[in-house]
Design a protein around this ligand. Sequence first.
Ligand SMILES: *Cc1c(COP(=O)(O)O)cnc(C)c1O
Length: 460
Amino acid sequence: MKTLPEKGKNAENVLKELEEYARNDYEPHSKRMWGHIYYAGQKELVELARKAYLMFMDKTMLDFTTFPSLLRMEREVVGMAASLLGGDENVVGNFTYGGTESIMLALKAAREKFRKEKGKDVIPEVILPATAHPAFWKSAEYLGFKAVRSGLNDELRADVDHMSELMGARTAVIVGSAPNYPFGMVDDIRSLSDLALDSGVWLHVDACLGGFSLPFFRKLGEKVPDFDFSIEGVNSISADYHKYGFSPRGASVVLYRNAKLREGQIFVMAAWPGYPLVNTAVLSTRSAGTLAATWAVMNYLGIEGYLRLAEKMLYAKRRLIDGLAELGFELIGKPEGPVLAFTSDNLNLFQISSLMAEKGWYVQSQPGSKQLGFPRSLHFSVNPGHADVVDKFIEDMRDAVSRAGKGYPDVTSFDVSKLEIGKGDIPEDMELINELIHSMPPEVVESFFKYVINELIFRP
Ligand SMILES: *Cc1c(COP(=O)(O)O)cnc(C)c1O
């Protein structure tokens, strides 16, 4: 176990050590990552965001009365988001540190409203299409909702009829994605809105990915279904500045159709000897750096800047779809969003992902689930910078395909001792692990992960 050094080290050495630590990391700006990273590919933009971040890094968003600039910036970045998402002057919202936090707050607001109407003893239910982000399942666990999974239709969008069948007196919230993370499709928010209005339940639209990409795709002539406050039944929307808003990590927004709906989000505590604590978010003390960086990036880009970036993303997306189809990968569904996935029955996707990692590319494996009928796939979050490298990427994929085995190995023949998950190590053979995840029941995968994470990986 590493302990606090007796004597401090000089700053130069500390930084050198950190550089050494980072040696095996991917470089976030290298354009080599097709997942987890959202990057405009513009040096000036990153420099601006860093300067703005540093200017406000030491200020805290804990108490809105201390630093007036923070309140002003928050109101402005919320306004910019609301105006992109069909909001009128009644729409309100708050800056948060991520999509998960935005979703958790919206569910809390919905739960408080539900409790007022139905009493505190009824356990509220949230109906989640299979493609809804795990942040909803996590929020349900934190907030005491029962989460109910609903199916997908032929187009792999939320099956609205199935959702309708699952709804009852305990249903508090229904959810649609714009688009969903695994495949990039936008759910039929209009039909979900009709359901919500008919039954008086809360409709949340998760536009974490689409909030700052779909409006620009649409302006560029792409076919994008309606998904925002222009649809009457939409109560709240989550949208991530730190994804396609291109601000640094730690920036998202939760929006409500009107202030009445937000009431349950806000936490106030005046009954202690300290200052009255007012929280609009889950987190309390937090750096204002990401807020300032978000404000700076949005003002720097403007609609024009986002449109230019969206053009590049659409170019890279088209090249990727054509190039990978030619190599035998099968595009899943008809994704309107900036993310998409490919499946294959006869190419070993997980092995291809490992071969690409050897070439320095990050390609995200989605193991899916045999039991739940979710396909194995490779996920791609398309970034503007990918326009410059997509052709090279496809060439490297061609090589990986030619070297990879055909089809998938039989898991029962696996030598599990090869797994070698040691204390504090990140497992190396992800190919094997992904195939196991695909084949095992999800509850088994979940307990296995909890054990490994708790007992082995996160140790000092
Ligand atoms: C990323 C994402 C989230 C969760 O956001 P975090 O910022 O990772 O907390 C929720 N929904 C969708 C569709 C996402 O892509």
